[in-house]
Design a protein around this ligand. Structure first.
Ligand SMILES: NC(=O)c1ccc[n+]([C@@H]2O[C@H](COP(=O)([O-])OP(=O)(O)OC[C@H]3O[C@@H](n4cnc5c(N)ncnc54)[C@H](OP(=O)(O)O)[C@@H]3O)[C@@H](O)[C@H]2O)c1
Length: 327
């Protein structure tokens, strides 16, 4: 594949703006087009970021023959439809988290991508932060023994607004899919397997989606993960990986620039990295995969995204959260 990978931005909302700013820092990436449901929004976005073409529909965007990969940044409820649209028009896809609204949709997208030999990946950007290969190496070295437990939280307060994407069941809102996916994906990355038991308790917002969710996952051999997400409180976003002979403390695991390593109670190392444009790492990985002809990233495989969706399906089912389009 060519030196420059050409991107199309689908749904120019809040995160699409930030992603675009980070993507533009990569010299081998070029954004050639943006598509919105509104031509005015597309034109405004194109003007802001100096993008060649603006389309007033997603269909026109995915038909653009110059585009190699589409970044899908619509609400969770629409990821399936928009990824499918891109794949059906021969485009690779980087799709915002949560990958889809449920595991069935995730499996279907992966099936289509594989049939068409097209790359697809969930934009779980925190997985690609440079501190994590260092953490993995440390864990694999056995210096602090086997992993026993993981804990991670991601909570912030947001006043309830029935129509807002994050509270709206029609858009697959709720704390779990919106921010719970971060600690969940983190725990799944550390454990590397599906849990044997998935226990949870959700507190529902007036719209029927979760505003607060506590999760306990139990893995083979009794390893476990304790995770929280909420829109009704603030929490530190720190994570702990606790092992037989010590632990790793990751301050702000979502934007981590360091991980402290403890043997027993004694701090023995600090794994440090520095970066400015955190959303660019996932894009760089997508472009590496495209160039190498890979249809999935070995860092964030299709199965990892499907597993997270399946765990969230179980949590929603256990707490009576069914999106209107699933009924
Ligand atoms: N990586 C991160 O740090 C991060 C942060 C925030 C959100 N996200 C994820 O990014 C995605 C979008 O979140 P956001 O906060 O950017 O949302 P947003 O600001 O509401 O933008 C979503 C865009 O999707 C388009 N859209 C298509 N169908 C829609 C519908 N039925 N209702 C509303 N909008 C629709 C709209 O663009 P047009 O109408 O112009 O086409 C809208 O601007 C979600 O998956 C979210 O979880 C990721």
């Amino acid at each position: 594949m060519k030196d420059t990978i050409k991107w199309g931005i689908l749904a120019p909302g809040h995160i699409a703006q930030r992603f675009t700013e980070h993507l533009l820092t990569l010299p081998d990436a070029k954004i050639v087009a943006v598509g919105s449901r509104s031509i005015d929004r597309a034109l405004q976005f194109a003007e802001t970021y100096n993008i060649d073409r603006a389309y007033g529909s997603y269909l026109e965007l995915v038909k653009d023959p110059e585009i190699d990969i589409i970044y899908v940044a619509s609400p969770h409820s629409a990821h399936y439809e928009h990824c499918l649209l891109a794949l059906e028009h021969g485009k690779a896809v980087l799709c915002e988290k949560s990958f889809t609204a449920n595991a069935e949709q995730a499996k279907e997208l992966v099936k289509v991508a594989r049939e068409k030999s097209l790359f697809i990946m969930e934009a779980m950007w925190t997985r690609f932060l440079p501190v994590y290969p260092l953490v993995k190496k440390l864990l694999d070295s056995g210096t602090i023994g086997e992993v026993r437990t993981v804990s991670a939280n991601y909570c912030f307060f947001r006043e309830f607004e029935a129509e807002h994407r994050i509270f709206n069941p029609d858009l697959a809102g709720g704390a779990l899919l919106d921010i719970g996916i971060y600690p969940l994906s983190f725990a799944q990355w550390v454990m590397g397997e599906m849990p044997e038991f998935i226990e949870s308790r959700c507190k529902l917002a007036p719209s029927g989606v979760d505003e607060q969710t506590s999760i306990m996952l139990t893995y083979k051999g009794g390893k476990s993960a304790l995770l929280h997400c909420a829109f009704n409180s603030f929490s530190p976003t720190d994570a702990y990986i606790c092992c037989k002979d010590g632990f790793i403390y990751i301050e702000d695991f979502n934007r981590a620039t360091k991980a402290e390593v403890y043997k027993g109670w004694e701090k023995i190392d600090e794994l440090k990295v520095d970066f400015e444009y955190g959303l660019a790492f996932q894009a760089a990985e997508a472009m590496r995969c495209l160039r190498e002809g890979l249809i999935e990233s070995p860092i964030l495989t299709h199965q990892m995204s499907i597993d997270c969706m399946a765990i969230m399906d179980k949590i929603r089912a256990d707490n009576g959260i069914i999106y209107p389009f699933e009924k």
